[in-house]
Design a protein around this ligand. Structure first.
Ligand SMILES: [Zn+2]
Length: 242
C-alpha cells in the first residue's frame, strides 16, 4: 500500500514533506507508514489521494480482486494470466504513447477529477487569463487522453498540439470558451479541421503506403520522412467529410 502511494507521489514529483505540507498531515504519519508501524486512517488517506489526483482505492488493491491500472486505465483480474498479459500489452502501448505525446491520463476516475477541478478554474471569471488558459489546457489534456485511450494508445493519433488546434475549430467546443481564453489559445495553437463534433479524433482508416521519396538522387533522412508522414496525416485529416 505504501509502495502504491509512492508511485503516485513520484509521478507528481513530490516528496513526503511536500504531501505533508499540502495535506497538513504530520510527517511522522508518513514515516510510520513507510516503516509499517501504522497506516494512515481513511480521512488522511482521502486527503492524500486528493492532492495526488488519485482515488483512495488505488492505495489498497487486494490480491485476486479486480484492479484498475492507475496509468493505462485498464480494469482487469490481477490473478488471471490472460488478463495480466492483456494488461502488459496495453500498458506498454500507454508508455510508448506517453513518450511520444506527453502526459496521458488513462485512468477514467482520475481524469474526471482533474478535468472537473480545472474546469472550475477556467470558468471562474475572477481568475487571471493565464490561470484560465492553463486550466483549459489541462481540460484539453484530459479530453486528449480520452481520445487517444479510445484508439488503444495508437501512435498514429494526432499530437496534443494538433488536437488542441482541432478542438478550437470544433463548433461544439471553441465557441463555448470565454472569448479571451479562446483568442489566447488560438494565437498559440492556431486552428485545424479534423474534429467536427464530440471530442474524439478518428484515425483515418486508409493509410496510404509510404511513397518512394527522393531528392536529387539522394534518399530523405529518417527525420524528413517522418515529417512527410506527419504532413500526410494532417492533409488526410483535413479532407472534407463526405
Ligand atoms: Zn497499466
Amino acid at each position: 500500500m505504501y509502495e502504491l502511494y509512492c508511485k503516485f507521489r513520484d509521478k507528481k514529483g513530490y516528496k513526503d514533506s511536500d504531501v505533508s505540507k499540502m495535506t497538513g498531515i504530520p510527517a511522522s504519519t508518513f514515516s510510520d507508514w513507510k516503516s509499517g508501524r501504522s497506516k494512515p486512517n481513511t480521512e488522511k488517506l482521502s486527503k492524500i489521494a486528493d492532492v495526488l489526483d488519485t482515488m483512495i482505492e488505488y492505495f489498497d488493491a487486494p490480491k485476486g480482486m479486480l484492479t484498475t491500472c492507475p496509468d493505462c486505465g485498464l480494469t482487469y483480474v490481477s490473478t488471471e494470466k490472460k488478463d495480466i498479459n492483456k494488461h502488459e500489452k496495453l500498458h506498454s502501448a500507454w508508455q510508448d504513447a506517453e513518450k511520444k505525446f506527453g502526459t496521458i491520463y488513462g485512468n477514467y476516475p482520475i481524469r474526471e477529477k482533474i478535468k472537473a477541478r480545472n474546469r472550475n478554474i477556467s470558468d471562474n471569471k475572477s481568475r487571471s487569463l493565464e490561470e484560465k488558459c492553463n486550466a483549459e489546457l489541462e481540460v484539453l489534456r484530459c479530453l486528449f487522453s480520452r481520445s487517444i485511450e479510445a484508439t488503444g494508445y495508437d501512435l498514429k493519433h494526432v499530437t496534443y498540439e494538433e488536437y488542441v488546434a482541432m478542438m478550437l475549430a470544433n463548433p461544439t467546443y471553441g465557441p463555448c470558451l470565454d472569448t479571451d481564453v479562446f483568442e489566447k489559445l488560438k494565437s498559440k495553437f492556431g486552428t485545424l479541421p479534423g474534429i467536427d463534433s464530440g471530442t474524439y479524433y478518428h484515425i483515418p482508416d486508409e493509410c496510404p503506403q509510404p511513397i518512394a521519396a527522393h531528392r536529387d538522387g539522394e534518399d530523405f533522412t529518417p527525420e524528413e520522412l517522418q515529417k512527410i508522414e506527419e504532413y500526410k496525416r494532417l492533409l488526410i485529416a483535413a479532407r472534407p467529410k463526405e
